[in-house]
Design a protein around this ligand. Structure first.
Ligand code: ADP
Ligand code: MG
Length: 582
């Protein structure tokens, strides 16, 4: 066959194969265009699950008449002009592909009136055959009608499911976008019936009302609000308490700069935050928003832009994991309300030495009394002579399941117990590795691990390095790997969860890293698993042991992710706080 340049319409149809998979993807692109045009109100009308008609009307900026043909031209966009623009893109679209793709696989009519323009114009395309623009009635804003999607591409049409299924996908797309933009008013109609009508939601109460309309009121009844900002990154959102966990991962919404994304890193960070409080096989429910400088994310990683890449992924992971963990920790310790609602305890399956279930089943009352007793009798707490006082002092109490409070010569010490312990474990693992003492301990019950073929291959490639870290694995089948042994230091943790994390760490790294670096990363993952989790109640002895370990650990002032592990409030700081002159 001769080499020839493809006809332009075929190029559009090929592009449509990537971005317009089904009615819901066309709908998503249309709504995103309205949002990019700063619409404050979006009306959506669907017929037959979007297969017969998708109509999206907005009150946004509109398109000047002379630009209408360009809007349907391939690679024509008003959103970026240069590579620099691409690297800090803040709009949802930027590829200039959606409208020409839709126009090539359906019957499209675009009507628009630019704000302040004297009149409106419209342009039509029939499967890519574009007619001349002509004047038309339309208020300021834009309406796109897409009829008979895939009428000219039978192969694609074959993949359409029932009207009902296509509608469910459209409905989900609208809900995602409605959660992404509380400041926009939405209306969705299907087959001439009202499905969703959402007023603008500015206050948190109004936002929660929208949340309960979109996710159901039960979600909201069990949700905890969180808000946190570090290093220019803002995280806010709602997490369902573990008692509202689900059997499917179907209520997990993450938004980055108002873009709905499915991101492995975020999902992983949230799951880790829930790890100690969620039963095996259950999925958490959450709606989380991250705002950060657009330069710090790469959104050009996927044609439908559902996947993104964070430039400082460790930091994002850490922010999400820590905030989720801390949000779930507060209240759970003291909140006996939630205890009866958790499903009945099952025996920990094949998880030798795992402490999580037992810890919560034990009577808290007994532990509390014991702790109180120790507090009264065991320690020569603060009054011990100054020369014997260790630098980080002696433990006083545990706060909120997350912090250890201690007193030293200068005043109050506050320790983030997970971060501190993580650093201690990390340094121990490193030292043990250097002395080749990271010895493997065979598991009593080997743990089978079902993976994808690619994941199993990946893990197998790393078998030798993992063995050096004390992790013994064996390939059992194309999609199965068995964990036979774990290092002694990690016998308390959950081998399966650790290995799954290791696989996703290995898979997430683009390009081969130096082995040393990769091993450090594996150690960090192992340390994170081996470290104390929020909500783990500690006795004063255990807290003091942690303080002593921190004192004898190098770089214990920071966790592996560079965050501080403890801080001091001196007596002078406290005096200042209480305006007490001395
Ligand atoms: P992209 O969104 O990637 O720029 P599209 O093919 O989706 O590409 O849209 C092409 C152009 O048409 C956009 O850049 C924008 O200028 C214009 N446009 C599309 N939809 C609207 C709308 N609802 N309101 C205003 N302008 C729009
Ligand atoms: Mg677009």
């Amino acid at each position: 066959m001769q080499i020839r340049v493809l006809p332009s319409n075929l190029i559009d149809q090929i592009a449509a194969g990537e971005v317009i998979e089904r009615p819901a993807s066309a709908l998503k692109e249309l709504i995103e265009n309205s949002l990019d045009a700063e619409a404050k109100r979006i009306d959506i009308e669907l017929l037959a699950g979007g297969t017969r008609l998708i109509r999206v009307s907005d009150d946004g900026r509109g398109i000047p008449g002379e630009s209408l043909p360009l809007a349907l031209a391939r690679h024509a966009t008003s959103k970026i002009q240069s590579l620099e623009d691409l690297e800090r893109v803040a709009t949802l679209g930027f590829r200039g592909e959606a409208l020409p793709s839709m126009a090539s696989v359906g019957r499209l009519k675009l009507s628009s009136r630019a704000q302040h323009a004297a009149g409106a114009w419209c342009i039509e395309s029939n499967g890519g055959d574009v007619h001349a623009a002509k004047p038309a009635p339309h208020p300021p804003g834009t309406t796109v009608e897409l009829r008979e999607l895939f009428f000219n591409t039978p192969a694609r049409r074959k993949f359409l499911r029932t009207e009902r299924t296509e509608f469910v996908h459209c409905d989900a797309a609208v809900r995602h976008l409605a959660l992404a933009r509380f400041d926009v008013e939405w209306r969705l109609r299907h087959n001439e019936r009202e499905v969703l009508e959402l007023a603008r939601a500015t206050t948190r109460e109004q936002q929660e009302a929208r949340l309960s309309m979109v996710c159901g009121s039960e979600f909201l009844d069990h949700a905890r609000y969180l808000e946190r900002e570090i290093e220019g990154m803002k995280l806010r959102g709602w997490l369902a308490e573990p008692s509202y966990s689900r059997s499917q991962a179907d209520m997990q919404y993450t938004f980055v700069n108002s873009r709905f994304v499915r991101d492995k890193l975020l999902r992983h960070a949230v799951r880790l935050g829930y790890e100690d409080v969620l039963f095996h096989g259950r999925h958490p429910a959450y709606v989380l928003y991250i705002e950060l400088d657009p330069k710090r994310v790469d959104v050009n990683a996927h044609p439908a832009k559902l996947e993104i890449r964070f430039r400082d992924s460790r930091l994002v992971h850490d922010l999400v994991f820590r905030t989720v963990e801390a949000t779930l920790a507060t209240g759970l310790v003291s909140d006996t309300e939630t205890a009866p609602r958790t499903p009945p305890a099952r025996a920990p399956q094949a998880k030798q030495g795992s402490f999580r279930l037992d810890d919560r089943q034990r009577g808290h009352g007994v532990r509390e009394a014991a702790t109180l007793y120790e507090r009264l009798h065991a320690q020569p707490i603060a009054s011990s002579s100054d020369d014997e006082m260790p630098p980080l002092g002696y433990a006083l109490a545990q706060l909120s399941g997350v912090y250890v409070l201690a007193q030293n010569r200068d005043g109050l010490i506050i320790v983030d117990m997970h971060a501190a312990h993580e650093r201690v474990v990390y340094e121990q693992l490193k030292a043990a590795l250097a002395d080749s003492k990271l010895s493997m301990q065979p598991l009593l019950v080997p743990v089978p691990l079902r993976l994808s073929l690619a994941e199993a291959d990946l893990l197998e490639q790393w078998e030798t390095q993992l063995a050096e870290l004390g992790i013994s694995i064996r390939r059992r089948g194309p999609d199965e790997v068995q964990i036979d042994g774990m290092p002694l230091a990690l016998q308390d943790g959950d081998a399966e969860v650790l290995l799954r994390d290791i696989v996703s760490d290995l898979a997430a790294d683009e390009g081969p890293k130096r082995v040393g670096q990769a091993v450090d990363a594996l150690l960090a993952t192992m340390a994170c698993h081996g470290a104390l989790r929020a909500n783990r109640r500690l006795t004063l002895d255990e807290m003091n042991a942690l303080l002593r370990q921190m004192e004898s650990t190098e770089r214990s002032g920071q966790c592996n992710h560079g965050r501080p592990t403890w801080t001091q409030l001196t007596i002078a700081d406290l005096d200042r706080l209480f305006l007490r002159g001395r």
